[in-house]
Design a protein around this ligand. Sequence first.
Ligand code: PEP
Ligand code: MG
Length: 576
Amino acid sequence: MSKSDSTSAVGESGPVEDAGVVRGKPVVPGVVFAPATWVTARPELPEPTATVAEDQRDAEYEAFTEAVDTVAGRLTERAEQVEGHARQVLEATVVIARDRAWAKKVKKSVAAGQTNLYAVRQATDFFIDMFLKAGGVMAERVTDLADVRDRVIAELRGEPEPGIPQVTSPHVLLADDLAPADTATLDPSLIVAVVTEKGGATSHTAIIARQLDIPCVVATGRSLRNLSDGEQLLVDGGEGTVEPGVDPQDAARRVAEAAEYADKVRSWRGPAQTSDGQRVQLLANVQDGATAEQAAASVAEGIGLFRTELCFLSETEEPTVEQQAEKYAAVFRAFPEGKVVVRTLDAGSDKPVPFVNAEDEENPALGVRGLRIARGNSELLVRQLDGIAAALKLAGRTEPSAHTWVMAPMVATVYEAKWFAGLCHERGLTAGAMIEVPAAALMAEKMMSYLDFVSIGTNDLTQYTMAADRLSSSLAYLTDPWQPAVLHLVHTTCRAGSVTRTAVGVCGEAAADPLLACVLTGLGVNSLSAATPALAAVGAQLGDVDFVTCREMAAAALNAEGAEEARAAAAAVIGR
Ligand code: PEP
Ligand code: MG
């Protein structure tokens, strides 16, 4: 057989379909059997019609403002019922609905005789075009703009609100992609699984599904469209499969097996270790006091990633050291004795913070983000470190250096690591760096001579290794942490950690995947940090394998040709 004959297209071709089974990216494990329901179709976009009579134009515009009030009111009401990321997403959608520049454009068109429906379409098209031209983060807001447009158009026509249908019994929700405002309000007792044609492991859909612990599969590709409303589906969120036509008895057996496993996960209490006692610290990713409290009530031993930039996403003025200290102390208080890893502001790219990222950038993911914001503005970083040091006192932490670790995002050079570590050590803080740029993984050993620990950010490490935007659903087959190239960089970092005796953690979404957690452990990672609801499944899985098996799984994954093959090879080691 020639080399080209032996090349399998499976791994790189993206999602595949066999015998009616739809496959996508597994995001949240769990098996359910329920009828499908597609998201309510977006309304037909209005076309221009005859001119509205002059004496009706005021009423025409007033109907628009009333529709906006109703839509914004509904979203606000939902925002008040949820917390954390879901709340932020809904509040951001309300801000778009209430945008003055958008309303002004609608008003102008209506004053010129357009119907309010067509004026809404025109005004939104104008901003969509502008945002797409701006690119980067702005372009990512286009889904939100279109979502608000569709809600207002449906309201003006008296049609049902587009998005999630109002079901009264458990259903599997199918969608091409979900608008952030939709995912934020999912009711897990009625929507028992979510499957989307688009989306990646770090998309809004995935993050919210993980928070709500709803079995979820994303990036199935167009094959999902073969499934219709009402069709009974067996969804396996751990395998990333959606099967129609399964015999109900067979489905019931598989659901029962999965439920038994879920019970085992639920009753798992930690601490995390392999079956032969190799310890792995299991930590939580949080963004504020509330999510830290949630982690403290779970199996988490501490916090492995406190994303401080998420505390300040809407601040136009830099909070004072005291104001920052209050925010950070709320997180420290949740774990009075436990480890807390604080990450300094990772502002920029998909998380612009108004008081930090003033300039528009051509290519923000490769721009001034993370530690780079401190390059021309070291006072900003110094004030944040002072805020962290002050928070320790507020929270009454007695042994700061043992349990309070501080790390910088987007470190790319040894010089940056050394500079950051110096600033932390002057304040008695344990210093670390995120390894999320391939250059940092390759230079990890040298960086470690200045650092006390490192934490691998697999979301960005994958994005930058594969040169694929982590937000792009069409590139989800590349932005997969199972990509062997990414695993090789993790391996390089772990080897450096073992030579220099430096702790190596993982705090990207990869740590939430139980099978990948075994591989990471086998590669030499000693702490895993993920969204709180994902932790028990990771701990339970680790307890089922011994360390030698983890190493075999790691070797099998490193040796694979592609992401799907790596996952399959690791699974095969434990007979799956
Ligand atoms: C990562 O990149 O893996 C990470 C944990 O950071 P964030 O997702 O906040 O960019
Ligand atoms: Mg990152």
